[in-house]
Design a protein around this ligand. Structure first.
Ligand SMILES: NC(=O)c1ccc[n+]([C@@H]2O[C@H](COP(=O)([O-])OP(=O)(O)OC[C@H]3O[C@@H](n4cnc5c(N)ncnc54)[C@H](O)[C@@H]3O)[C@@H](O)[C@H]2O)c1
Length: 356
C-alpha cells in the first residue's frame, strides 16, 4: 500500500513534534516542510524537502496531505489555500478562531472535495481515556459531577500565545482540548447552559485563567478549570498538576497526573451514609468531614486503557483509505468552538448562557 505523503506547514514546537513522530511511523512519509521563517527550517531532517514557500509545498504533486501547524490566526488562510490546491488537510487545534471562520473552511473544503480533519490528539491522553472508561462502564451509578483541572506553576506563557490577534490565550491553547474531552466523553448529551469566568490574571491581552461550568441534559454538571499562574513552591520536579474527579451515587473516581494515578472509591454500604468520626480541627469539631470509620471505604483500581498519540495517525491512515471514520469530525470541533464563544459571552456578561 502506498504511503500517505504529508507536507507540514509551520516548523515550530508542534511542527517539530509532528516531524519526529511521523518520520517513525509506517505508512506515512513526511515529504517536506515550509515555514514563513526560513531559520525554522534549518534543522529539518535529512531527506525531507525544505520549501521556499507554502505555495511550493501546496503545489508539490508529491504531497497528498497538508498538515497545518502554524499560529492559530493563520489556519483559515492555510486551509483555504490547501483546499484550493486540491490537498487533503489536517489542521492543528484550535481549527479556527471562530465558528464563522470554520464555516468558511467547511464550505471551501467541501467545494474542493478534500478530506479535512483536526489534530485533537488529546482524545488519546491516558488520564482522559481512563476517566472516559470509568464513565463508560457506568460503575459509579448515576454520575452528577465531572471535574477536569489543569494547573501550571511556572508563571509562563510564551511567544505568540500572549497576543490576541495571533490567537493567543489559554482558552484557545488548552481550553479547546479540555472542552473537547468533556464533549467527546458524553457525545449524546446536550449542554443546557454554560457559566464561565475567563480572566487575564497577569496578561494584558489574553486569558490566562478560566473556570467553565456546563450543565448537561443528562443531569451532569461538568467543570473545567485551568490556572496558568497558581504559583507554588510545593512541586519539586513537576511544574503542573492535572486532576480529574467524577462523582456518582455509587462511587467516585479520581485521577492525578497525565499518567493516571488514582482509584475508584466506594463505601461498603452503597447508597448509605457512612458515619464519620467526630474529629477536632483547628476550625472546631466536625463529623461530616472527619475520617470514615475503619473499613467503610473501599477502593478499586482504575481500568487500564492502552492509548497513545500515535493512535491518532493510525486512525488517520485507515480513515484516509475509507476503512474507518476519522477520529475527529470537523463538526465536533465546531461544537467546541461554539462552546468557547458561549464561554466568552458568559465571562463578558457575568450571566449563564443558554446553549443547545
Ligand atoms: N495538538 C497539540 O497538542 C498542540 C500543541 C502545541 C501547539 N499546537 C498548535 O500548533 C500550532 C502551532 O503552535 P506552536 O506551539 O508549534 O507554535 P510555534 O510558534 O512554536 O510554531 C509556529 C510556527 O509556524 C510558523 N508560521 C507562522 N505563520 C506561518 C505561515 N503563514 N506559514 C508558514 N509558517 C508559519 C512560525 O514561523 C513558527 O515556526 C498552533 O495552532 C497550536 O495551537 C497544538
Amino acid at each position: 500500500m502506498d504511503d500517505i505523503r504529508i507536507g507540514i506547514v509551520g516548523h515550530g514546537f508542534m511542527g517539530h513534534e509532528h516531524e519526529k513522530m511521523l518520520t517513525k511511523m509506517d505508512g506515512i512519509r513526511v515529504v517536506g516542510i515550509s515555514d514563513i521563517d526560513p531559520k525554522q527550517l534549518e534543522d529539518v531532517q535529512e531527506g525531507i524537502k525544505r520549501y521556499a514557500s507554502n505555495d511550493e509545498l501546496m503545489h508539490d504533486p508529491e504531497v497528498d496531505v497538508v498538515l497545518i501547524a502554524a499560529n492559530n490566526n493563520q489556519h483559515y488562510d492555510l486551509v483555504v489555500q490547501a483546499a484550493k490546491a486540491g490537498k487533503d488537510i489536517i489542521c492543528e487545534k484550535p481549527v479556527a478562531m471562530t465558528t464563522e471562520e470554520l464555516d468558511g473552511m467547511l464550505a471551501v473544503t467541501k467545494e474542493c472535495g478534500v478530506k479535512f480533519t483536526v489534530h485533537h490528539q488529546r482524545r488519546l491522553d491516558p488520564d482522559f481515556r481512563t476517566m472516559k472508561a470509568v464513565f463508560d462502564q457506568g460503575s459509579l451509578g448515576k454520575v452528577y459531577s465531572i471535574k477536569s483541572g489543569l494547573y501550571g506553576f511556572n508563571g509562563n506563557m510564551h511567544d505568540w500565545h500572549v497576543y490576541k490577534k495571533e490567537g493567543g490565550g489559554m482558552l484557545y491553547d488548552w481550553g479547546v482540548h479540555l472542552l473537547d474531552q468533556i464533549l467527546w466523553m458524553m457525545p449524546g448529551a446536550k449542554i443546557q447552559s454554560v457559566y464561565a469566568d475567563l480572566r487575564n490574571v497577569i496578561n494584558f491581552e489574553v486569558d490566562d485563567y478560566f473556570k467553565i461550568l456546563m450543565r448537561f441534559d443528562n443531569g451532569i454538571m461538568a467543570e473545567v478549570e485551568l490556572g496558568t499562574y497558581y504559583l507554588t513552591d510545593k512541586m519539586h520536579d513537576k511544574w503542573f498538576e492535572r486532576h480529574w474527579m467524577i462523582g456518582g451515587n455509587q462511587g467516585s473516581a479520581y485521577v492525578d497526573g497525565f499518567e493516571p494515578e488514582g482509584k475508584i472509591v466506594r463505601t461498603t454500604h452503597l447508597l448509605q451514609n457512612v458515619s464519620g468520626q467526630r474529629t477536632m480541627t483547628a476550625a472546631g469539631p466536625t463529623r461530616s468531614f472527619g475520617p470514615p470509620a475503619e473499613g467503610t471505604i473501599v477502593t478499586e483500581p482504575l481500568p487500564t486503557v492502552p492509548t497513545c498519540h500515535e493512535d491518532y495517525f493510525e486512525n488517520y491512515k485507515k480513515a484516509y483509505r475509507g476503512e474507518e471514520e476519522f477520529l475527529v469530525k470537523v463538526e465536533e470541533t465546531r461544537r467546541v468552538l461554539a462552546l468557547m464563544e458561549a464561554v466568552r459571552e458568559s465571562a463578558r456578561t457575568g450571566q449563564s448562557v443558554a446553549f443547545e
